[in-house]
Every structure is written in structure tokens, then in C-alpha cells.
Design a protein around this ligand. Sequence first.
Ligand SMILES: [Zn+2]
Length: 150
Amino acid sequence: MYEPKPNPRKEYREQEGRRVEDSATIAQTFHSLKSLTLKLAYFRPGSFTRNSEIKYTVNLAHAKARFRFNCPNDQCVGGDYDLSAALANAVAAKETTQSGEIICQGWRCQTAIGTIRCEHTLKYTLTAAYLESGEPAGFLDADAAKVAVG
Ligand SMILES: [Zn+2]
């Protein structure tokens, strides 16, 4: 009988990918949010030199509220970064900026499962703007129309 070689890294990513896909969009989840920009910087374990930094404006109508980012370590198993709670907290408190860092709790590679943590670090800054009460949420219109039609 053919038994596929287990690939915990791939299985984890697929499972998490489905969970992201099943979650609502940011626009559907956080009605008060007007815009969101994100700055992400990645650091190797024990290093203070950042590997890469990206800054972008999040598309609220398409990005998912399960706000997840892949670990830059391409051998990482079971890790990655989840900014869902940081985003939810920032929106709940109507904070305009929130910064923090998350250390990847995955395993460094498939042969290090159970022994060595990945520990790549993500430093993030969320910058958010909020709708005034009564201000129409322009970006919601397209999706709202679609929902109304069915
Ligand atoms: Zn990792």
C-alpha cells in the first residue's frame, strides 16, 4: 500500500490556509475601520539586522480577519505569525498605531521538530484610520451589493 511521506510543514500550511480562507474579510469583521497600513520587518534568530521590510496598504475588502503572515524561514514547520489578535485589539481600542513583535514558535526545520524552535522574529506596525460615525463605508459598497443580490 502506498503511504505518502508525511510532510508536517505542508500539511500545517494547508490547514492554516483553509482556516484563513474560511474567515470573514477585515471589512466584514471591523466595520469601523477605514484604512489599514502595515509595516513588517523580519529578523533571523539572534540577529539585529533585518532580513527584509515591507510596507503596504491592506485591502480591507479582500484581506481576511484571520490575519496571518508566513514565516520567512522556508524550512519552518508549524510556525508563522498571527496578527489577528493585535488587529482586533487595536480596532477595539480605536488605536491609530500599534507596534509589537512576534517570535515564530514553529520548528526550525523538519528534522528539528521537537528540539529547535524557529524563532525568526516579525516586528510589525499597524497604522489604522477609523470611520467617523455616520460616514459611509465606501469600500463596503461593492461587497454589500453582491450580498444583497445573493
Ligand atoms: Zn518560523
